[in-house]
Write a protein that binds this ligand. Structure first.
Ligand code: ATP
Length: 196
């Protein structure tokens, strides 16, 4: 079974492309959503978060308060690195178990907003990059989230520019307003099936 990463900047259309793969019967692992779920349900991870961040970031039931954790770690680089150092291995372990459960498929897709930035391509057989011009991405996110230009720019600044990711990607899907996405995903699907 091949493990294929799917990434792209904010508003590029990763989730849209991931949904096409789903319709084609390909299992999709949403790394960001799974990471959030694990931080609320994985006892071992919660205990490590407790050791790192203390009592103040949990509610009375011991559930992590995500908005407080975000505030704390984004103002302290050391804590952010510490949190990543415990969350990433937990996600890797969970992903390995998930892959084992889907081993009867020709390939699976792992969707992650930030992949190359964290070395997340390790262990994958290839990475698909979804691209769109920055202004197109900006307009989509402003419309989707009702966000202002400044806020979207701030979110973009935490991600690598597209040119840098393009040089590392194995496959590319152009999701601007001129190229049709569906034929590109179907062609890629057939290409991946032919590799297995
Ligand atoms: P994020 O990183 O913020 O989660 P994303 O890369 O997953 O973004 P999507 O949520 O798939 O991007 O797309 C962003 C918005 O743009 C959505 O509202 C989606 O419906 C819209 N969109 C995606 N592709 C296109 C397209 N080809 N034409 C028009 N709108 C599109």
């Amino acid at each position: 079974m091949l493990k294929i990463g799917l990434t792209g900047g904010i508003g590029s259309g990763k989730t849209t492309v991931a949904n096409v793969f789903r319709h084609l019967g390909v299992p999709v692992y949403e790394a960001d959503a799974e990471a959030r779920w694990l931080q609320e349900h994985d006892a071992e991870l919660i205990s490590a978060m407790h050791d790192l961040l203390g009592d103040g970031v949990f509610d009375v039931y011991g559930k992590p308060l995500r908005h407080i954790i975000a505030k704390v770690v984004f103002s302290d680089k050391k804590l952010l690195a510490g949190l990543n150092a415990i969350v990433h291995p937990a996600v890797r372990k969970h992903f390995a178990g998930w892959c084992a459960r889907h081993a009867d498929h020709a390939y699976i897709v792992k969707e992650a907003a930030i992949l190359f930035e964290t070395g997340g391509q390790a262990g994958l057989d290839g990475v698909v990059l979804v691209t769109a011009p920055e202004e197109v991405r900006m307009q989509r996110v402003m419309k989707r989230d009702g966000a202002g230009r400044e806020e979207v720019l701030r979110r973009m600044e935490n991600q690598w520019p597209e040119e840098k990711k393009r040089s590392l990607a194995d496959f590319q899907i152009t999701n601007d307003d001129t190229h049709l996405v569906l034929p590109q995903v179907i062609a890629l699907h057939e290409q991946l099936l032919s590799k297995t």
